[in-house]
Design a protein around this ligand. Structure first.
Ligand code: GAP
Length: 442
């Protein structure tokens, strides 16, 4: 069995440490199987994490599928016919160069270690060998090579293998796209930076099929669109940039590519990849399966294998980016507070309803108010701890508004709306609260 024990990660930048601690304390994410010592590269998502991830997925699907008339959805299996991965080139090429320290036998990605000596114990590295990143398992009871399959390392092959089925079912014509969200698995040699590089992660990928001559134009189009999407989630634009891949870093299937990069605490790194895959995948599957995966354009009377432009981004990496980008330590009236300035559209809780004290009458009213808001916004009711501590918790989980029911409420039928960012408090009648929240929340 592979060693399931967590290796101690190199010291993280302080912001990452604080964020990982907040994520665990408040229930965004924590290590998988932690009570058994954790499993490196696998993380679980707690109650707030699940909501944040669902908000990210919903925002992506809305932008990429529902608000367009040229993209349709797909959900293909995690385990596909193994010939898929031979044809796609993953069996041959989806590898990283691996070296091992001859003294301590720790393994590293060759391009991640500088020099020929492992600094911690002076051990020399072995020569690099190619290590395939796909997880293997077996279908059925016989564990032999004929039953061996792979856990998908990307969702995209589903779009390619199902291309003709989708085309026939929808009568779409290029340029058009097929979008899919779902789990992907990569046996990364060096997972790390909390949820930045995982072995099990969530992908959101759209394969956009275009006439061959239009590929570069669409690559240009999609890189701008995707940059805009990240800004729409509230990410600060000056922390984002587009970077073109140089020839030697292109994936085995790509003819051109851009990364949307974010300035993480550990440096500028890939947030999203946008690749021009040419006709690489469709042609490969056409040849390997013997099925016709070309498209006949009946207006121009020409047949071609469409080229593909692919924006691909991980839910986990978007989640990490949102957390890092929103994190602030502020001093307000002499007091320190930690606040996540989430955009209200993705904040796990949009409105917290808090009775000022645990007096029965206040609790009753606050619960009623929360129930009235619940169908329209993501709400939470909380009557634990002092009001100060509850405000601090809501700041830390990024709730943009808190509604407080206090001792005046019985007299004036009013409540106070506290804004996370402006720290202002406004009194509104309960009868107008829903509208007041709708005016503030997207
Ligand atoms: N189908 C293309 C593809 O998979 P990629 O650049 O390897 O391209 C796309 O991955 C995106 O998926 C990355 O930009 C990142 O957001 C996310 N991603 C890739 N590997 C990941 C990993 N090991 N852990 C978490 N997210 C990952």
């Amino acid at each position: 069995m592979a060693e399931p024990v967590e290796r101690i990660e190199p010291r993280q930048p302080p912001l990452m440490e604080k964020l990982v601690s907040l994520a665990k304390r408040r229930g965004f994410f924590f290590q998988s199987s932690e009570i058994y010592g954790g499993l490196q590269g696998f993380w679980d998502f707690g109650p707030l994490g699940v909501t944040l991830r669902n908000n990210v997925r919903r925002a992506w699907w809305r932008t990429m599928v529902e608000l367009r008339d040229d993209v349709v959805g797909l959900e293909s299996t995690l385990i596909m016919h193994p010939r898929t991965w031979v044809a796609s080139g993953h069996v041959e090429n989806f590898t990283d160069p691996l070296v091992e320290c001859k003294t301590c036998h720790q393994r590293f990605r060759a391009d991640h270690v500088r020099g020929r000596v492992h600094a911690e114990d002076g051990g020399e590295f072995t020569e690099p060998r190619r290590f395939n990143l796909m997880f293997k398992t077996f279908v059925g009871p016989a564990e032999d090579s004929s039953a061996q399959v792979y856990l998908r390392p990307e969702t995209a092959q589903g779009q390619f293998v199902d291309f003709a089925n989708v085309l026939n079912a929808t009568r779409m014509r290029p340029p058009f796209g097929i979008a899919q969200m779902g789990k992907a698995f990569r046996n990364e040699i060096t997972p790390g930076n909390s949820i930045f590089r995982l072995r099990e992660f969530d992908l959101m990928e759209m394969e956009y099929f275009v006439p061959p001559a239009e590929e570069m134009r669409w690559l240009d189009y999609w890189k701008e669109e995707r940059l805009r999407w990240h800004v729409s989630l509230g990410i600060r634009p000056d922390k984002l940039r587009l970077r073109a891949h140089s020839k030697d870093e292109l994936a085995h299937y790509a003819s051109g590519a851009f990364d949307v990069e974010y300035e993480f605490p550990f440096g500028w790194s890939e947030l999203e990849g946008i690749a021009a895959r040419g006709s690489y995948d469709l042609s490969a599957h056409q040849q390997a399966s013997g099925r016709d995966l070309s498209y006949f354009d009946d207006l121009k009377r020409e047949r071609y294998v469409p080229h593909v432009v692919e924006p691909a981004v991980g839910v986990d990496r978007v989640m990490l980016t949102l957390l890092i980008d929103a994190y602030r330590e502020e001093e307000v009236r002499g007091e320190q507070r930690v606040v996540l300035r989430f955009h209200p559209s993705i904040a796990p809780v949009q409105v917290a309803v808090l009775p000022l004290s645990r007096k029965e009458q206040l609790i009753e009213t606050a619960k009623r108010v929360e129930h009235e808001l619940r169908p329209y916004f993501r709400t939470e009711y909380d009557d634990t701890q002092s009001i100060g501590k509850r405000y601090r918790r809501q700041d830390e989980i990024g709730t943009p508004y808190a509604v407080t029911v206090d001792f005046e409420t019985a007299q004036d039928q009013g409540v106070t709306i506290r804004s996370r960012d402006e720290m202002t408090q406004v009194r509104v009648p309960i009868s107008g609260l829903r509208q007041a929240m709708a005016d503030r929340l997207p």
